[in-house]
Design a protein around this ligand. Structure first.
Ligand code: URA
Length: 212
């Protein structure tokens, strides 16, 4: 069945994730501990797709990459390239505004060990598909990491073998273009799999694609 909603804050479709959220909520009563909604206007032409909320970041604050190490470089880049009015994102009640940009996650709930299983990625895929359908036709989608990349390809119903994840690759996926980046996780940044220079170059490319 096609889902026309790109988000459901009451979703409890995945038993493992719902139970995990209940458990984390008990341990951290002040944390948000729900499916985390996309952030930014639906009409935005630039969509960033992350993996899933981080335990002490989006799962705590309720906004993607907010209050999270993984968000530090991301929001700096968004600001530098004109997609945000501030270069940091700490809490939902700050004055941060995304400009022609929206951020979502392939999986909307916090997964144990930051690793959603295949069934959870699939269960959340209708939301992503619905979000992609709502994009303007000149949109650019940036995926952060291979899981987000494959989730987008699946949501579009096209063949994974023809669209392999590769850092900085641009794929023509029909209605819009998709640009790949390694995820800006703490691990990838500390191991220098993703450097500031590499991430900046992907943003330059995204901005060029949007302008042309
Ligand atoms: N926070 C998010 O919202 N998404 C990620 O992929 C990582 C951290």
């Amino acid at each position: 069945m096609i889902n026309d909603k790109c988000f459901d804050k009451n979703c409890r479709e995945c038993p493992r994730l719902s139970l995990f959220l209940d458990d984390v909520q008990e341990r951290y009563p002040d944390y948000y501990c729900r499916p985390v909604p996309p952030f930014g206007a639906k009409e935005a032409r630039f969509l960033i797709v992350g993996l899933a909320p981080g335990m002490h970041g989006a799962n705590r604050t309720g906004r993607p990459f907010t209050g999270d190490y993984a968000g530090v470089l991301l929001y700096q880049m968004l600001h530098k390239h004109g997609f945000a009015n501030l270069d940091h994102s700490e809490a939902v009640d700050d004055d941060l505004i995304l400009i022609d940009c929206r951020i979502t996650n392939a999986v909307k709930c916090l997964p144990p060990n930051n690793k959603p299983v295949g069934a959870e990625i699939n269960a959340c895929n209708d939301f992503l598909a619905s979000e992609l359908r709502a994009l303007p036709s000149d949109a650019i989608v940036m995926v952060l990491g291979g899981i987000a990349h494959r989730a987008v390809i699946k949501a579009l119903g096209i063949r994974q073998v023809e669209y392999k994840f590769q850092h900085a690759a641009v794929h023509d996926v029909g209605r819009f273009r998709l640009i790949d980046s390694y995820h800006c996780s703490r691990y990838n940044i500390n191991t220098r799999r993703l450097t500031e220079k590499m991430f900046n170059e992907v943003f330059i490319k995204a901005r060029e694609l949007l302008e042309n």
